[in-house]
Design a protein around this ligand. Structure first.
Ligand SMILES: O=P(O)(O)OC[C@H]1O[C@H](O)[C@H](O)[C@@H](O)[C@@H]1O
Length: 558
């Protein structure tokens, strides 16, 4: 371990470290000092993500400045000799310190002679993705830790198409970030002066309007009466979705949208929710309670940076939460149906290898090609760019089981604004026929067979956790096929496959098409198990799922 105490002392002595940071540092226990200084917060393929606080292993203004200086140098190197002036767009979410970190990043870029458009207010990640090419910029930065707990923040970088950096592009930037060794040498422009001089510009409304216009072009339902009849309860979970989602729904003709008042305002403490992640059942608790009261047909909840959306549907008097796989399948069916006449042999669905196959089956029925990527929407975004370049395929829809969907190419990241619009339109069309989205899903199951999907994740923190995850993957790799009854094949994505880069993912298959995948999370200290169980009925599939889950738990002692 490096001499963390020495680095701690350096921070305490350094003239460039502010007084509040020093006070925070002086009050740390020995254990905390070690945790905050034993390493630098790694700038990985997803950018920076970590707990906020003072120290080299935390998200703070100094680690943000360092990452930004590296990114600025990488951008300048990449565009060396080009005549175009360099421009970047910066967005931030509702987290504590997000706006401050965004301003810090702007100060560094301005000092590096890169023009900055900094949003004047909090903004969803998909709007940033849209804004980068819209504002003729070469780079985008979003300050957000997405759906992580409140202690966290993060820093993601986008390329000139508005796609989050794929690993090879990120590695190029990482090299430049690692070269930044002396914090004192990082140039920094005073924010107010740079603003006055026009090196930093703040805007928002015009870009958001253009984004919403692009979103509205994806509408799949014209029936105004049907839209006006749908009752929706929406929660932005204290994040960036509030304005964009409401405005998109309003423009599309939804007049009965009730927002959860207690979760409407931005709040970096996410005070009314255990975790602002719509994947977690209880994230929608307040919205579901209000929905009961309002007799709403549909419940929508977006995460803090509004790239994920969770859905509840009133069905036979009860609210049923749909999974990401289920929503994805419904979207595929409805978007293909609506655009059937425009589809061609080049039309393509993109999904990840841990997303189940129902959507792919439906897409294939409409003649779509299906492309699978590794986990991460950046891989889906990058495929869209590739399709544009080669002209060989046309993007129709992309989604992941982790509640992220994109229809249209206005953004290159998952977009909970367009998804909220389309989900509401699907629900409205159903209601007009006296049905619900759950009925619609049952029809799909009837046609394509029953698919039960489930995710089990285990949080294993710290160095010990890393080791436990590594051991579990190794054991599964070695013994899985023998130990999990009925499996007939294992694909190991660490081995070379034809179409995908190597990745630590294992997938086990059963003869009837059911599968289970295992991988360490790339964003949280977790090992994740994804199940896709085929069956003749829900009961049968659920029973089988429970048995397999038990077998996996016993094998890995989880
Ligand atoms: O399973 P993980 O590696 O933690 O990733 C889970 C999800 O995290 C983020 O939301 C990414 O944008 C998604 O693309 C990814 O699916």
């Amino acid at each position: 371990m490096r001499d963390y105490k020495n680095i701690y002392e350096e921070w305490l002595q350094a003239s460039y470290i502010d007084d509040d940071t020093k006070t925070e540092l002086r009050n740390l226990t020995e254990e905390e000092i070690q945790d905050r200084f034993y390493k630098d917060l790694a700038f990985g393929t997803g950018g920076l993500r970590g707990k906020m606080g003072a120290g080299t292993n935390r998200m703070n203004r100094y680690t943000v400045r360092k990452a930004t200086y590296g990114a600025a140098n990488a951008l300048k190197a990449r565009y060396a000799g080009a005549q175009t002036p360099l421009r970047a767009v910066i967005a931030y979410d509702s987290r504590n310190h997000s706006e401050e970190f965004a301003t810090e990043a702007a100060g560094v870029l301005a000092a590096c002679k890169i023009h900055v458009t900094l949003f004047s207010t909090l903004m969803p990640t998909p709007v940033l993705s849209f804004a980068v090419p819209y504002l003729n910029s070469q780079m985008g930065i979003v300050i957000t830790a997405s759906h992580n707990p409140k202690e966290y923040n993060g820093y993601k970088i986008y390329d000139e198409k508005g796609c989050q950096l794929i690993p090879e592009k990120a590695e190029y930037v990482i090299r430049y970030v690692e070269e930044v060794r002396d914090q004192q040498k990082i140039p920094y422009a005073d924010y107010r002066t740079a603003l006055q001089e026009g090196r930093i510009e703040r805007l928002g409304e015009e870009v958001l309007e253009a984004f919403l216009e692009a979103v509205l072009t994806q509408s799949i339902l014209q029936d105004k009466e049907a839209k006006a009849a749908l009752r929706i309860v929406y929660t932005p979970l204290h994040g960036t979705g509030n304005q964009p989602v409401r405005r998109a729904l309003k423009k599309a003709g939804f007049t009965q949208v009730f927002v959860v008042a207690a979760q409407e305002e931005p709040d970096g403490d996410f005070s009314t929710v255990r975790s602002p992640n719509p994947e977690e059942r209880d994230a929608l608790n307040l919205a579901l309670a209000q929905a009961k009261h309002e007799e709403a047909d549909l419940v929508l909840g977006t995460d803090p940076d509004c790239d994920r959306v969770g859905v509840g549907v009133l069905h036979q008097g009860e609210y049923r939460l749909l999974t990401g796989n289920q929503i994805g399948a419904l979207l595929v069916a409805n978007v293909c149906e609506k655009n059937a006449s425009a589809l061609s042999e080049r039309s393509t669905l993109i999904k990840t290898i841990v997303t189940n196959d129902l959507g792919a089956r439906i897409a294939a029925d409409y003649g779509l090609q299906v492309v699978n990527t590794l986990t991460g929407f950046k891989f889906i975004g990058d495929k869209i760019t590739e399709f544009e370049r080669t002209g060989e395929k046309n993007f129709v829809i992309g989604y992941e089981e982790s509640y992220g969907y994109l229809v249209g190419t206005h953004a290159r990241d998952k977009d909970a604004v367009v998804a909220s619009l389309l989900i509401s339109e699907m629900a409205a069309a159903c209601k007009a026929k006296g049905r619900t989205l759950v009925d619609e899903l049952e029809l799909l199951y009837k046609k394509y067979g029953y698919y039960l999907d489930a995710l089990s994740s285990y949080t294993l923190e710290g160095a010990k956790g890393v080791e436990q995850i590594r051991n579990s993957m190794a054991k599964l790799r070695k013994e899985g096929i023998r130990a999990i009854p009925g499996t007939i094949k294992m694909t190991d994505y660490l081995q070379e496959t034809e179409e995908l880069p190597r990745s630590d993912v294992l997938k086990f298959f059963w003869a009837d098409g059911s599968w289970m995948a295992a991988r360490p999370s790339g964003t949280e200290p977790k090992i994740k198990f994804y199940y896709s169980i085929c069956g003749s009925s829900q009961d049968q599939a659920e029973k089988r799922l429970r048995t397999i889950q038990q077998q996996v738990r016993e094998l890995l002692e989880l």
